[in-house]
Design a binder for this molecule. Structure first.
Ligand code: PLP
Length: 453
């Protein structure tokens, strides 16, 4: 840091302050974790300076032998860890991994006429009618994914995201009573809509998915099954999710981030059945440029860590701790989406405390507890203010928290929420953003949080 200090002290300060924040608060954001020193160190070195567009042994730059080693090792660990036929370690993030997957599926499944078929040699010679033909060929393709308010991710076809513009898109939700995924309903929509891609996976659904059932639905309607396991990859790697709950044997393509429950560097990964391998391998130049070689190296290190027996214990603890957190809430009268959890996350409905998700998130932050607000199914407050708070156990489990600690975390959270009141607006109605916390509660909770850490 002293080296950085001499160049730009504000950045050195931000790094120091981030370390202090992460050390001194309860990190409950379900998508965050603490990467190991080995992973962090692998990202800060000379691999960062190297360009390596292309694939292993087939680069558009000279001198890529070390990056070839890095990419080969990362892919090998990914294949071995997840039992995948093929692995692609280049995507810079989860969004990139999904883009690679979507374009690979389109390239694999939708025939693109060659320029010669239009009787031209250059793209500039295509007529407006030719372009219309091409546009239709892609624009008519359909994707079906989980809706955002049921817990799906914005890359699963949300309109403002490019996935919602690339595809003619529809979504499936959850059962209005149980808030659980209703496979019969997914099958019904799939039969009617006939998607090219059926997307499974989530950011905020606190339950496991039966991927064998999803694969059956995809097969029946001729869809490619794509699973985005960004959130729960650590539970797959740690063999908490096995059999029908392991997406890898059932899906054609599986995407993930490497930085959430998998505890690696920020990045993405695509796993695929051999049938899709050649298309996924064209991620660069299809949607990617030069890979982040230093991050691919850190992915390899994190995947090697995840292949150790200790990681299985960690993953099981993540799930056990989530259950303890959920039980801690339920025993204190809180309402949880789906009534509980069987993965790494809990979705707390805060409407019963008279709060929006935004007020709850801010009041908890004031008290040293870092969470994020999240919509609950059919949320009356929409995606900005929301009525829920999402909490996950991967990060604090990395810090050695056990079930008793998570019960205490639940107690602290409920303690803050019951002492937080929305500030009324001019008309006298409760506002959606501002709030007050009873005297001393935020400070006392912060201190209790620090004692737990
Ligand atoms: N897919 C899912 C299910 C996610 O939850 C996320 C991140 O929140 C992503 C993809 C995107 O990952 P990234 O932020 O690395 O682009």
């Amino acid at each position: 840091l002293s080296v950085i200090e001499t160049v730009e002290p504000r950045i050195a300060g931000a790094i120091r302050s981030e370390l202090a924040d992460q050390r001194d608060s309860l990190k409950l954001i379900a998508s965050e974790n603490y990467a190991s020193p080995a992973v962090l160190l692998t990202m800060g070195n000379w691999l960062s300076d190297k360009y390596a567009e292309g694939t292993v042994g087939h680069r558009f730059y000279a001198g890529c032998q070390n990056v070839d080693t890095v990419e080969t090792v990362a892919a090998e660990h990914a294949r071995e860890l997840f039992g995948a036929e093929y692995a692609y370690a280049q995507p810079h993030s989860g969004i990139d991994a999904n883009l690679v997957a979507f374009w690979s599926i389109l390239a694999h499944r939708v025939e693109t006429p060659a320029l010669e078929e239009f009787g031209v040699r250059q793209i500039n010679d295509l007529s407006e009618a030719d372009w219309e033909t091409l546009r239709k060929r892609f624009g008519e393709q359909r994707a079906l994914g989980m809706s955002l308010d049921a817990g799906g991710h914005l890359t699963h076809g949300f309109r403002p995201n490019i996935s919602g513009k690339m595809f003619h898109q529809r979504s499936y939700g959850t059962d209005p009573e149980t808030q659980l995924l209703d496979y019969d309903e997914v099958a019904r929509i799939a039969r009617e809509f006939k998607p090219l891609v059926l997307i499974a996976g989530y950011s905020a659904y606190p339950r496991r998915i039966n991927f064998a059932k999803m694969a059956e639905i995809a097969d029946e309607v001729g869809a490619t099954l794509m699973v985005d396991m960004a959130h729960f990859a650590g539970l797959v790697a740690g063999k908490v999710f096995t059999g029908d709950e392991d997406p890898v044997p059932h899906a054609d393509i599986v995407t993930t981030t490497t930085h959430k429950s998998l505890r690696g560097p920020r990045g993405g990964l695509v796993l695929a059945k051999q049938e899709y391998a050649a298309d996924v391998d064209r991620g660069c130049p299809m949607v990617l440029g030069g890979p982040l070689s230093h991050v691919m190296a850190a992915k390899a290190v994190a995947l090697a860590e995840a292949r150790r027996p200790e990681f299985r214990t960690y993953a099981q603890n993540v799930a056990d701790n989530a259950k303890a957190l959920a039980d801690g809430f339920l025993s204190r009268g809180a309402k949880l989406v789906t009534g509980g959890t069987d993965n790494h996350l809990v979705l707390l409905d805060v409407a019963g405390y008279g709060l929006t998700g935004r007020q709850a998130e801010s009041a908890l932050l004031d008290s040293g507890i870092v969470t994020n607000r999240n919509a609950v199914p059919n949320d009356p407050n929409g995606a900005w203010y929301t009525s829920g708070v999402r909490l996950g156990t991967p990060a604090l489990t990395s810090r050695g928290f056990g079930p008793d600690d998570f019960d205490r975390v639940a107690e602290l959270i409920i303690g803050v929420l019951t002492k937080t009141t929305p500030t009324t607006t001019k008309s006298g109605a409760p506002g959606k953003a501002k709030y007050t916390i009873s005297d001393g509660i935020a400070e006392a909770t912060h201190q209790a949080a620090e004692e737990l850490l």
